[in-house]
Ligand binder design. Structure first.
Ligand code: MF3
Ligand code: CO
Length: 288
């Protein structure tokens, strides 16, 4: 007899156009308990989800390309060229380009740069660097967003640990991001893990709703108290993107370019980012 095939059950993906009464009741119940619930437009319809999913696929393709090509001696502008070429070739637009005046197609943030580093021909990747490449894509009006860390050659043990613990912070955040939990649960779990390792959690920059706009509700803090903040509901799409500093949590903004964020003590910082869809029975990483 043939071995019984282990049939994969697709995860349930409920959207507001098809919410059954038990979900509606649950929402109403929590609202009455004074828990902030997301506005309806933040719960994606099936059609929106399809568009967001396709955008995220391209976004992941960009990151995979960067992972394949990134190497010592390259400039961060070389990375930017790869990003914009691949994105336009796939009929999409890099979301950072001209976003509030941002001049390039992605963010490249090395060592003490926390985020929003501007790609430049003058910034050359060198041995021992840790680099975050943050990619965001618009396809047919749908937005996606994710970032990864890359380590250049021989990287010090303490930087490796920072990169690893920051990745764990993202993973822990994803585990906590369950339907009917609250947004504050995510930050509380991340902060606990980062601080247990002696690291600082950046306060000023947050994860965010994403999909129909680049940055929408909810604001996803990477620190804070459990059982606070917005209710997490099936159909929401948002990022988790902890920025974790080896030293102080404090940051500065470059007064010359108005973008580059650095640690105040100039010690290294790391960041990993994924975009999630909340489902009825858990979540799905859209940027895998
Ligand atoms: N990709 C960043 C985020 O994770 C936003 C970058 S905005 C830019 O939210 F203008 F700096 F690109
Ligand atoms: Co983001």
């Amino acid at each position: 007899m043939a071995k019984k095939k282990n049939k994969k059950v697709a995860p349930k993906r409920l959207t507001p156009d098809e919410y059954p009464i038990h979900i509606e009741n649950r929402l109403r119940e929590r609202k009455q308990m004074r828990c902030p619930i997301p506005q309806r437009h933040l719960l994606r319809t099936q059609e929106q989800l399809e568009g967001i999913r396709k955008s995220a696929e391209i976004n992941t393709g960009v990151l995979d390309l960067v992972a394949k090509e990134i190497k010592i001696g390259m400039s961060t502008l070389d990375i930017d060229k790869l990003v914009s070429e691949y994105t336009f070739d796939h009929g999409a637009i890099p979301a950072p380009l001209n976003y509030e005046g941002f001049p390039k197609s992605c963010c490249t943030s090395i060592n003490e740069v926390v985020c929003h580093g501007i790609p430049s021909s003058k910034i050359i990747l060198k041995e021992g660097d840790i680099v975050n490449v943050d990619i965001s894509t618009i396809l047919n009006g749908y937005f996606s967003d994710a970032s990864r860390m890359f380590m250049m050659g021989d990287v010090s043990e303490e930087k490796r640990k920072l990169v690893q613990v920051t990745k764990e912070c993202l993973e822990i955040g994803i585990e906590v991001a369950q339907p009917w939990a609250r947004i504050g649960d995510i930050g509380a779990a991340i902060q606990k893990h980062a601080e247990a390792n002696g690291y600082g959690v950046v306060r000023e920059l947050t994860g965010h709703g994403v999909g129909i706009k680049f940055h929408e509700s909810p604001e996803v803090l990477h620190y804070g108290r459990a059982n606070t903040g917005m209710l997490i509901v099936p159909g929401m799409t948002f990022t988790i993107e902890p920025m974790i500093n080896m030293g102080t949590a404090d940051i500065t903004e470059d007064p010359l370019d108005g973008w580059t964020i650095r640690t105040r003590d100039l010690k290294p910082s790391a960041q990993w980012e994924h975009m999630l869809l909340i489902t009825e029975d858990g979540n799905e990483i859209l940027t895998k």
